[in-house]
Design a protein around this ligand. Structure first.
Ligand code: AMP
Ligand code: FE
Ligand code: FE
Ligand code: ZN
Length: 288
């Protein structure tokens, strides 16, 4: 049975509802999925009940956006009590702050000459992909997009030019938890804290070995996303050795956002989809 400990739904910047995600997982032969939407736990009851209905182990989770030593650090919380007060308080702060930030970025884009409808920014948890897509999907921007990018860009390409750090329409996050309080919050809600996409190549996340080493040594993480869609086989081997050395649970996550063609559900390692046998300790811990 295939597994995926890192996925997104319409509760953040994913494209599928929790039910559609579970149905897809079932159809593709998955047995375990964690829903880890950015900074909130909306639609978790739907996810859990769809899991029961379709016979998939549905793990409640969340991906916390944090920062450490001048880099972004995403923390995957697994098996949290999603009704926990602090978790819900944190989510409320994030939802409110991200709305303000998203609208500020929209204002900057408008000043920069882009057309966009604020009504396109009505998402539970507003993230940069939503803002980028509002520009990309507006017909009046087509000519300029083609001029600047040569073709209609995907949201990631657009973010890199306009909405990433040091870009003209970037607005930093006003509210976030530092890693230690975030991990403490996860533990208090009964969950495990996992370092997300440690070999991500995106500028805001790209870690040197020394940087990753500091994250591991200085913070009380429980696990490492050893199998991640960004990794080369050599990187996965390195991450596996780091997990063994530092007694971190091995996790596997695709960071699925519903873009099946580009980034399908599940992580592959040496051409094979990761199954339960790759993460036995983590699964045992979740089931204990
Ligand atoms: P936000 O949480 O609003 O800061 O948006 C960040 C999200 O945008 C990340 O979770 C990524 O999935 C996505 N993203 C896509 N391309 C980029 C990029 N070039 N830089 C940063 N984030 C990106
Ligand atoms: Fe995302
Ligand atoms: Fe992430
Ligand atoms: Zn993610």
């Amino acid at each position: 049975m295939y597994i995926d400990f890192h996925t997104h739904t319409i509760a953040s910047d994913g494209r599928l509802t929790p039910t559609a995600l579970i149905k897809k997982a079932k159809a593709l032969g998955f047995g375990l999925i964690a829903k880890t939407d950015h900074d909130n736990v909306n639609l978790m009851p739907e996810f859990i009940s769809a899991g029961k209905k379709f016979g998939i182990q549905a793990i409640p989770g969340m991906e916390i956006s944090s920062r450490y030593l001048d880099k972004s650090l995403h923390i995957i919380a697994l098996n949290i009590d999603y009704q926990n007060k602090k978790i819900n308080w944190y989510a409320e702060q994030c939802i409110a702050a991200r709305k303000i930030r998203g609208l500020k970025m929209a204002d900057k884009l408008a000043i920069n000459g882009w057309q966009l409808k604020k009504s396109e920014l009505n998402h539970t948890l507003l993230a940069r992909p939503h803002v980028a897509l509002a520009v990309i999907n507006h017909p009046k921007n087509k000519k300029r997009l083609l001029q600047e990018f040569g073709l209609l860009p995907d949201f990631s390409t657009f973010i890199k030019k306009y909405l990433a750090k040091n870009c003209p329409c970037y607005v930093p996050k006003k509210y976030y938890l530092r890693p230690l309080p975030a991990i403490t919050m996860i533990h208090a809600a009964g969950g495990l804290a996992i370092i997300a996409h440690p070999a991500c190549k995106t500028k805001e996340f790209s870690y040197s070995r020394a940087h990753l080493s500091k994250i591991i040594k200085n913070l009380p993480f429980d696990g490492l996303e050893v199998y991640s869609r960004d990794n080369t086989p050599a990187e996965t081997t390195y991450l596996k050795s780091l997990a063994a050395k530092h007694h971190l649970l091995i996790s596997a996550g695709s960071d699925y956002h519903g873009y099946d063609k580009e980034f399908p559900l599940g992580v592959k390692y040496r051409g094979k989809l990761v199954n339960t046998s790759y993460c036995t300790e983590l699964i045992e811990k979740l089931n204990s």
